[in-house]
Design a protein around this ligand. Structure first.
Ligand code: ATP
Length: 738
């Protein structure tokens, strides 16, 4: 099914002026207000707006008009929007369809207001209203069935913050560095390890939802006092049991973070990092939508977690996009870009509708079919829509020259593409049957000609006619050969494409599984470091199925079990409660420090040494900051140690601090954290510059307790930053004027 796109223009804020309004809802009909029906005496009804009008930023006299399924102006209440757009989806949810509703728009345009809304009854947004409609209908369903049907509501809620997935039922200080892993499960992306809470009543839902929202990452920015710094995804699972039959459907409500123009936000470094991540994921989303609308074979949905979840998400039938817009001039360019995005999304809808009949083709595996129909944003390469026979037939017909039909007019009707592909097999071309078929017909035709219509024609004329006919036949054959060659190529392409898909899926599967296993290990280690042994044990156990033959892992689990069994039950595990988001990074520090002390957990080291694969890949996860962290940790441990020799300290400091002017200049650029400046360094693009700044900010989080900004103090340290490397350092340095 298709994406419904509706726009909602928020009202003016007190600080905004009517004079600056440039976005105006409109109607296709010129007489927006219907003339009062004098006979029936009905109140005039305003036709539903479907247009957004906005001036061309380069020429104010010119108006751009965008059309959507519906447009709601600033006067639209939460109730009106819900009743018109969301309430009708509830019955589909109860009929087994998934429903996805997402709000898209620039920061400060009202996405959170639309989805969550305010506390008062009339301010409640789409989500609480949806839930209350669900509970109402659940009670009705149960009542109407006289107790034979039972409806269960379960809820999970997570956010994607800086491209990492966090369970919103977990407080920030309990989060792990890597976040929760994603896994493909029969074409759907699922978040592994997500908590799912039963919500028997609206009250239960409300308290869970409110509690979880306090864990969501929001901050004040110049453009919004409560700006969402993450994409929040609420999944409400509806399980309807009727006797032996159980039907599950999911309503997903997604409040996307808003794109930001950082020239206007005046964001500080932490907000900048978040902003870069938000903008990147929205950029990837736009690219996905563009790629789909341009029918490109590669849709980059894997390039961000948000697009991965959205594209393979829970939209089994109905998808509603609410485009939030600000009415005023200061958002002009952002509004145009949002409108363009929504316009493209709307086009996907059209294409999807057109593609629907294609599913009537030969039966395919139920799994694939269901996946394809669920995924408006699914890439074509992995979709059932690729190589659909109905299409292929058309294509083959289009490509076949008319002459070929003329020459072989007594041939059997053209068979479906698959048949013609089989006929074009190279083996068959070389077979005697193939040749006989090609030549026998022309020979017959010549016989027929000579027997009937050639009486009284001169021998020269006959020869000329025969020559002409032979030429025609040869030309036709050449054409037929090229058709067969083309068909052969297409068949090879199709086969290759399928094999690639299989390989892709296999690789993704293994990588996903390995990444998942490794993230469990990482979480286990972090818990271990915090001496949360039972959580560590649980994580090690979760990792075990991914590395079943790893002896050290088994030993570690056994040791922990023994440790926990011998521990007196009354003693609670120490937990590290650190303020703010950075705490999840800080927590790994004590673990590393422990290793440098004599009291370290030797089994951990054994495990690392004996399993290089793990060690390498864990490095991959932590590389972004461990290089510096390790050096600092050594330095700090040494500084704290009474055995530390002052002269040695001097050497380390010298190594870190003595720099040539060129190096000092380079490091000052890096430490400025100005993406604009860093990206101008030789060999560094915008992406790498962003990664460097990200990395520095992550290091800040590691150092949060000292409130000191992390600095890169040598070229060696610079080379250890994620994605930099010595070659890049050399490049950067050679491009800097000393
Ligand atoms: N339709 C509306 N009616 C009344 N107030 C609104 C409406 N839309 C938005 N607002 C107000 O505008 C402000 C910003 O809205 P909101 O926080 O929902 O924006 P947002 O798009 O979610 O921003 P961000 O992406 O930064 O999180 C809030 O104070 C909100 O109450």
């Amino acid at each position: 099914m298709s994406v419904r796109v509706v726009a909602r223009v928020r009202p003016l804020w007190k600080s905004e002026r009517e004079l600056d309004v440039i976005v105006r809802p409109g109607n296709v009909a010129t007489d927006a207000l219907k003339v009062k029906d004098s006979q029936s005496g009905k109140v005039p009804v305003k036709e539903r707006d479907t247009l957004i009008r906005i001036p061309n930023p380069k020429n104010e006299g010119e108006q751009y008009t965008f059309q959507f399924n519906a447009v709601y102006g600033g006067e639209t209440t939460q109730q009106e929007l819900f009743e018109a757009e969301v309430a009708p989806t509830v019955k589909h949810l109860f009929n087994g369809f998934d429903v996805t509703i997402f709000a898209y728009g620039v920061t400060g345009t009202g996405k959170t207001h639309t989805m969550r809304g305010g506390k008062s009854l009339q301010d409640r947004g789409v989500i609480p209203r949806l839930l209350s409609a669900i509970y109402r209908r659940s009670r009705k369903t149960e009542k109407d069935s006289e107790g034979t049907s039972k409806v269960e509501v379960l809820m999970s809620y997570y956010e994607i913050y800086n491209d990492k997935v966090y369970d919103l039922f977990e407080p920030p200080e309990k989060r792990t560095l890597a976040g929760l892993p994603l896994r493909d499960n029969h074409g759907k992306t699922v978040v592994v390890g997500l908590t799912e809470r039963p919500c028997p009543s609206l009250k239960d839902f409300e308290s869970l939802y409110d509690q979880a929202n306090t864990n969501r990452s929001t901050s004040a920015t110049k453009l919004n006092a409560h700006s969402s710094r993450s994409h929040a995804i609420l999944c409400v699972k509806l399980v309807i049991t009727n006797g032996e039959k159980t039907r599950v459907s999911i309503a997903s409500a997604i409040d996307l973070a808003g794109s930001e123009d950082n020239r206007r936000t005046e964001n500080g470094k932490e907000r900048m990092v978040e902003s870069a991540s938000i903008n990147k994921s929205l950029f990837v989303l736009a690219q996905c939508v563009e790629a789909i609308s341009k029918k490109q074979s590669r849709i980059p949905y894997r390039e961000s977690k948000m697009t991965r979840i959205l594209s393979l998400g829970q939209n089994n039938g109905l998808t509603l996009m609410i485009l939030n817009l600000a009415p005023i001039r200061s958002y002009h360019l952002d509004t145009i870009s949002s409108l363009n995005f929504a316009n493209r999304t709307k086009k996907i809808e059209v294409r999807e509708v057109e593609n629907e009949p294609m599913f009537k083709g030969p039966p395919r595996s139920a799994r694939l079919a269901s996946t394809a129909s669920r995924q408006p944003l699914r890439p074509l390469t992995a979709s059932i829509n690729v190589n659909i026979p109905v299409n292929d037939d058309k294509k083959a017909d289009e490509k076949k020259p008319t002459k070929a039909f003329y020459v072989y007019s007594d041939k059997q009707p053209v068979k479906p593409h698959r048949t013609s592909l089989r006929r074009s097999s190279p083996l068959k071309q070389n077979s005697p049957n193939f040749k006989r078929q090609s030549y026998s017909k022309p020979a017959k035709e010549v016989d027929k000609l000579s027997a009937t219509s050639l009486k009284g024609v001169s021998a020269d004329k006959i020869e000329e006619m025969v020559e002409k006919k032979v030429e025609q036949l040869l030309a036709a054959r050449a054409l037929d050969d090229s058709n067969q060659h083309q068909a052969q190529l297409e068949q090879m392409n199709e086969q290759m494409q399928r094999r690639l898909e299989v390989l892709e899926r296999r690789i993704e599967g293994t990588e996903d599984a390995r990444a998942e296993g490794l993230s469990y290990l990482l979480m286990a280690k972090q818990h271990h470091g915090r001496k949360e042994f039972s959580s560590a044990l649980r994580m090690y156990k979760l990792a075990l199925p991914f590395f079943p033959r790893n002896q050290k892992l088994a030993v570690k689990i056994a040791n922990l079990e023994e440790k926990l069994n011998s521990k007196p039950k009354s003693q609670p595990e120490p937990t590290v409660t650190l303020p703010g988001r950075g705490s999840m990074l800080s927590i790994s520090r004590p673990a590393k420090m422990v290793k440098t002390n004599s009291s370290r957990d030797t089994s951990d080291d054994e495990y690392q040494e004996s399993d290089h694969d793990f060690a390498d890949e864990e490095d991959h996860y932590t590389n972004s900051y461990t290089g510096l962290k390790r050096k600092r940790a050594i330095l700090e441990t040494a500084t704290n140690s009474s055995m530390f020799d002052n002269s040695l300290r001097g050497n380390v400091d010298d190594e870190l601090l003595i720099q040539s002017p060129r190096t000092a200049h380079l490091l000052s650029i890096i430490n400025s954290r100005d993406v604009g400046q860093i990206k101008l360094l030789k060999g560094v693009g915008a992406k790498k510059a962003e990664a460097i700044v990200n990395c520095l900010c992550e290091m800040d989080m590691v150092n949060e307790s000292t409130a000191e900004q992390a600095q890169v103090r040598s070229l060696a340290e610079l080379g250890k930053l994620k994605g930099v490397g010595l070659k890049t350092v050399q490049n950067m340095r050679s491009g800097v004027l000393g």
